[in-house]
Design a protein around this ligand. Structure first.
Ligand code: NAP
Length: 280
């Protein structure tokens, strides 16, 4: 990779960023297309967030991804936010358009592209969404705009109720459930999406309280976690013959969309998949 005065800079801001896979995914795609771009991880502390955003303009970066814990916190400091990102309440991609910072959410359309890749059609289907945090809001927006009917289950029921209220004009939310110890039977669902941290460190030996008994072979278990690549949730689903998708797929497709926004070029998806360790 040649770095010179023409090199365009992108990256990711978040904290911590030790395990981020995005620099590898984007840099290998830039290299494959011979684009003079570079993607760097920027660990930003909360006190420095506003300065970091001003720095994007000062140093003329093309844009950045935004990750935990800043996806919601950056909103007041941007010059423009797409309607989609505003409704979701989270920005995961910023484009520096000649000194104006524009906030996008590519998690939601990225989630839909991952379903498309697997040939999964969700319009009119009943789907259980586990969680009501930032990622759940992006997934809910995606599912509702694609015509799915949602049941949302969360430990803090009030948060799920707030989500349902915010999204009442977007699509059909059938019910809100409080997630307790009693498992939710998945038998009558087409798909369940886990946005809870149960399954990743330090909860790697746990799974959300759901029961896969009686699900059909068309049932889809979608997990947002990608480390480990197979959580207990996915393992149990697979044992019952269901289809499984892990979080690498959404990570890939949100990245594809961010790449396009920064460069105006369609990235080599196979190169990005390889960088993430997804078998093509
Ligand atoms: P968040 O806003 O903090 O929300 C966390 C959610 O998990 C809330 O619904 C919370 O419930 C619930 N929760 C947390 N600890 C719990 C526990 N011990 N037991 C039961 N429920 C618990 O986080 P987020 O931004 O939505 O991220 C969620 C996950 O999605 C993370 O694992 C993140 O890495 C992943 N993610 C993946 C991608 C991807 O591209 N694959 C993209 C975005 C996010 P309460 O409301 O009760 O607190």
């Amino acid at each position: 990779m040649k770095i010179n005065s023409e090199t365009k800079l992108t990256g990711i801001i978040g904290y911590p960023l030790k395990h981020t896979l995005s620099p590898k995914m984007h840099n290998e795609a830039f290299r494959a297309l011979n684009l003079n771009y570079l993607y760097l991880p920027f660990e930003v502390t909360e006190e420095m967030l506003v300065q970091a955003l001003a720095g994007l303009k000062a140093l003329n970066l093309c844009g950045v991804n935004v990750t935990i814990p800043y996806k919601e916190k950056v909103l007041p400091f941007l010059d423009e936010i797409t309607m989609e990102a505003k409704t979701i309440g989270a920005v995961n991609t910023i484009v520096n358009d000649r000194g104006r910072l524009i906030g996008y959410n590519t998690d939601a359309p990225g989630f839909l592209l991952s379903l498309k890749e697997y040939g999964i059609e969700i319009s009119g289907k009943k789907i259980l969404l586990l969680g009501a945090g930032g990622a759940a809001r992006a997934v809910a927006y995606a599912l509702l705009t694609a015509g799915a009917e949602l049941i949302i289950a969360n430990r803090t029921k009030k948060k799920a109720e707030e989500l349902a209220e915010d999204f009442s004009a977007v699509g059909k939310i059938l019910e809100i459930l409080e997630l307790g110890e009693d498992p939710i039977s998945l038998q009558s669902y087409f798909m369940a999406v886990n946005t809870l941290p149960l399954g990743m460190h330090p909860y790697e030996h746990q799974m959300p309280p759901v029961d896969f008994t009686g699900v059909s072979s068309d049932f889809v278990a979608y997990e947002l976690i990608y480390n480990p690549p197979e959580t207990i949730f996915l393992k149990m689903a697979k044992e019952k013959g269901a289809k499984t998708i892990n979080g690498l797929s959404m990570l890939l497709w949100q990245g594809v969309l961010a790449f396009e926004k920064w460069t105006g070029v369609t990235p080599p998806v196979d190169v990005m998949k390889k960088a993430l360790g997804i078998s093509c």
